[in-house]
Write a protein that binds this ligand. Structure first.
Ligand code: ARG
Ligand code: ZN
Length: 853
């Protein structure tokens, strides 16, 4: 059943306050909900039904104003319970309902469930209805009081602690919130404690709860939390609003983390870190996700979404904020590059396939299927463009207005755009198309120079996407600059605001420049311009915009590999020459150099080749990419060892961005050196001597990739078999780096490993997800064995955990890129899934969309 934005109507009744009592038992938890309902002034006139949601609940009793609601007044659907209007006191009443739950057998990890003997909840988007009957919609907000009874030593819920005793605790959250922000945690946990003093001088207790034994892995998360709190005060003027802020780490979690008011719940992999067990990337993700969830306190919680179509209102903005934060903490230049790499890998991929949807969708079947790269990452890009268009002052004014006007409300994208219009006087009606039109715009550029005038002509096209055959021109902010033949910047850099299908920009310049366009990736579009290798090498050497300096290297490498695949063209030595200049330029940030020397992913290459009208051949792409890697290694041979040495760091491991950048560049040189050394000696010794997980894992991955992983994998496992987060890495490295001819067999064998606990989402993703999403040459084996393997696991997981299964099914979204043989093999797996009886709503929607397109 399709839910449509156009069907939105206000709730009949609002909630004034909620009181929940939980009597916890693993297989029979009792929940008593006392809810004070009042008539919604925005509801239509007349006598109205009480409409609640509930799913898979055992109802013990239901009363209104102390009297049992008669059976014949109640009608129930799959996820609804309706009390007929004539049994509902229209101007307000007390609802009291007892439900019974079985958290122990809840393996969907939604609602109240158990992880390692501890109780926890996940209610976004619609998990609260698995706890009690309630108007489970974000525009119904209420203060919650929660009493928990149970024998666990730690009993937590949102807000501030009220009182507690032996076997019970009571919590009160004064801030009205929708049900999706409710949380409860109970278990044998220990906390790491700290405090934070807000700008206005209030002291906030900070607590990170983990399983006993994990206490010494919380320091970085705590530090990131305090920096996030300070940053939100300084940059957005937002202070924390309770006496206590808690984070809980759980091992079984469908997503990254959840911003429940005052009680964030995290996938443990985004909290726990020590130098021995976490990589630089893990540290970076922890910092970013801690910030993200904390920032939701204002963008998401204090101001929430009216309905789930508005998801990008909180997610796009909060991603944008966490990206700004990480840029401030680390390097904006490098952060931008890595964000764009991710955007292209996940969002451009989505936008180009059958699952494409607008940043604000207008229809869905299962909302959990819309926690996507488009809603999150493209949603953040749209805000980045707005920021650029209105400038820092305009942005700050608009955000102040947003917080002042909408605090405590459940809002829409229209409200969001309105504050920008009000704050800046701009008409943003055309800009709003970014929220409504799916697909990645393509921007074709031509140029000409005559009589001291340089003209750039841009043409935009937005490709058709499912349900949207015709598109209107978008507002595209194009940041630009010009380089003269000497390599110096000429003319004035600027921002061109494109609004029409075709538009030109003319500037006076003393010579024909090399243009540097879309600087900083000023819009999420695909830029197409006839250029040549000489120009790319020139930009690699001279562009003052570090994003475009990197982009030139990326374009150059992509083009060489593409031409190798399509025409078997030899590699232009100018690429390696320009790469050498970057490798050896000590003025450049090592992290930047590592990015500039990395090659586009196989997946990005197959997307580019398919976009040019060729069937992507994953084997040929793998070979050509590897050949360029070898070519680069040979050309850089004289410098690799020296640069690698120069990146070595004395002293103990520190996860800071500078040290991480050095390790990234060292790892890149090590991988290139191994191309030239069949014994993989340097990688072997790097593996043995590493005293931190970053270096250990990068060396291990290199060894596995070059077919020399055997003993190292065994010793790695022996050393880390007791550590679940590291064992995930052990599975992943084999799924992603094992050479193509062996990988399907290796993954298959690993699924029989005693540690392959497929009901744990992290573990499943570490093997099956890594294989299907990060090893294209293995997954897309021509015999279809990779496809069959994924489909088998999707079918096994779907009845247990539909959310995670449906999410993983996106591995099939690229089917149209490939040759007919592969296409038909993917389609027959999708059809096999679609034909399976009792498929979840989540999976049905995903496979149907992929098959229909
Ligand atoms: N709001 C969370 C975040 O982005 C994501 C939780 C979504 N969970 C889900 N099951 N759909 O921070
Ligand atoms: Zn979020």
């Amino acid at each position: 059943q399709t839910i449509r934005l156009s069907d939105y109507r206000p709730a009949n009744f609002l909630v004034e306050r909620v009181h929940l009592t939980f009597k916890l038992e693993p297989d029979a938890t009792r929940v008593t909900a006392k809810v004070r309902f009042t008539r919604n002034p925005d509801a239509p006139a007349g006598t109205l039904d009480l409409e609640l949601n509930g799913k898979e609940l055992t109802r013990v009793s239901a009363r209104i104003d102390g009297t049992d609601v008669p059976q014949n007044a109640i009608s129930t659907g799959d996820e609804t319970l309706t009390v007929a209007a004539d049994h509902v006191p229209q101007d307000g009443f007390d609802w009291e309902c007892v439900t019974e739950l079985d958290p122990k057998s809840n393996q969907s990890l939604e609602g109240l469930y158990m992880s390692n003997g501890m109780y926890c909840t996940q209610c976004e988007a619609e998990g609260f209805r698995k706890i009690t009957y309630y108007p489970d919609r974000p525009d119904v907000m209420a203060p919650f009081t929660v009493r928990i009874e149970g024998d666990a030593p730690v009993l937590l819920s949102n807000g501030n602690p009220v009182d507690s005793g032996d076997g019970w605790a009571e919590w009160h959250d004064p801030w009205p919130k929708p049900a999706y922000l409710f949380a409860l945690v109970a278990g044998d946990l220990v906390s790491v404690d700290d405090t934070f003093t807000t700008a206005s001088g209030r002291e906030v207790a900070l607590k990170i709860y983990v399983r006993p034994g994990d206490e010494d892995r919380c320091d970085y998360a705590m530090d990131a939390l305090k920096r996030s709190m300070r940053w939100d005060e300084e940059v957005y003027g937002r202070e924390y609003d309770l006496d206590l802020f808690m984070i809980v780490a759980v091992d079984d979690f469908n997503m990254g983390a959840m911003e429940n008011k005052g009680l964030n719940i995290f996938n443990s992999k985004y909290v726990l870190a020590s130098p021995e067990t976490a990589t630089d990337t893990d540290y970076e993700l922890i910092e970013g996700i801690i910030a993200h969830e904390y920032f939701h306190n204002w963008t998401g919680n204090r101001i929430t979404c009216r309905d789930w179509f508005q998801l990008c209102l909180k997610e796009g903005l909060t991603v944008y904020r966490d990206q700004q934060f990480s840029g401030d903490m680390r390097s904006h230049a490098v952060k931008r590059i890595s964000d764009v790499v991710q955007l292209r890998a996940r969002q451009f991929r989505e936008d180009a396939g059958p699952l494409a949807h607008p940043v604000r969708p207008d229809a869905y079947i299962e909302i959990n299927n819309f926690y996507t790269a488009t809603v999150y990452e493209k949603g953040a890009e749209v805000i980045g463009m707005l920021h650029r268009l209105v400038g820092d002052d305009g942005y700050r004014k608009a955000l102040d207005l947003y917080f002042n006007q909408h605090d405590g409300q459940a809002c829409t994208i229209e409200d969001w755009i309105q504050v920008f219009e009000d704050a800046t006087g701009r008409d943003l009606s055309q800009f709003a198309l970014w929220y409504h039109q799916a697909g990645t715009p393509e921007l074709d550029v031509t140029d000409s120079y005559a009589d001291g005038r340089y003209t750039l002509t841009f043409r935009q096209t937005v490709p058709p996407t499912p349900g949207q055959p015709d598109k209107k021109p978008m507002v595209i902010p194009i940041a630009y600059g010009f380089l003269g033949a000497s390599g110096a910047e000429i003319g004035e850099p600027g921002l061109f605001e494109m609004t029409e299908a075709e538009q030109s920009l003319t500037v006076e310049l003393p010579e024909k420049p090399v243009p540097s366009l879309l600087r900083g990736f000023s819009a999420p579009v695909i830029l197409k311009r006839e250029t040549d290798n000489a120009e790319r090498a020139f930009l690699m050497a001279h562009d003052t915009d570090s994003f475009n300096k990197w982009e030139a290297a990326r374009d150059f490498a992509r083009d060489l590999i593409k031409r190798k695949v399509i025409d078997n063209a030899p590699f232009d030595p100018a690429y390696a020459e320009a790469a050498r200049a970057i490798l050896t330029d000590d003025r450049l940030d090592p992290a930047f150099r590592a990015f500039a020397l990395s090659l586009p992913s196989e997946d990005a290459l197959s997307m580019a080749i398919a976009a040019d009208g060729h069937a992507a051949d994953p084997d040929a792409i793998f070979r050509a990419r590897d050949a360029l890697d070898l070519h680069l290694a040979e050309a850089l041979a004289a410098d690799l060892e020296r640069v690698g040495e120069a990146m070595q760091i004395d002293g103990p491991y520190s996860p800071d961005a500078q040290a991480a950048g050095k390790r990234a560049l060292a790892a890149r040189t090590l991988s290139l050196r191994t191309q030239l050394d069949s014994s993989a000696g340097a990688a072997q010794s790097a593996f043995l001597s590493a005293d931190n997980m970053t270096e250990q894992l990068s060396a291990l991955s290199i060894l596995v990739r070059f077919g020399r992983g055997g003993r190292a994998l065994d010793s790695f496992y022996e050393k880390w078999k007791g550590d679940r987060l590291v064992v995930d890495k052990w599975f992943s490295v084999q799924a992603t780096a094992t050479p193509p001819e062996d990988v399907v067999g290796v993954v298959q064998r690993l699924t029989d490993h005693a540690d392959f606990d497929w009901k744990n989402p992290n573990r499943l993703r570490s093997l099956i997800g890594a294989f299907a999403l990060a090893n294209p040459v293995g997954f897309h084996r021509a015999d279809g064995s990779g496809y069959a393997l994924l489909a088998d696991w999707l079918l096994k997981l779907d009845p247990v955990n539909p959310q995670t299964a449906a999410r993983l099914s996106s591995a099939f979204e690229t089917w149209r890129r490939y040759d007919e043989g592969r296409q038909s093999k993917i389609l027959s797996q999708l059809q096999r899934i679609a034909d399976t009886p009792n498929l979840s709503r989540d999976m049905t929607e995903k496979v149907t969309r992929m098959l229909d397109a």
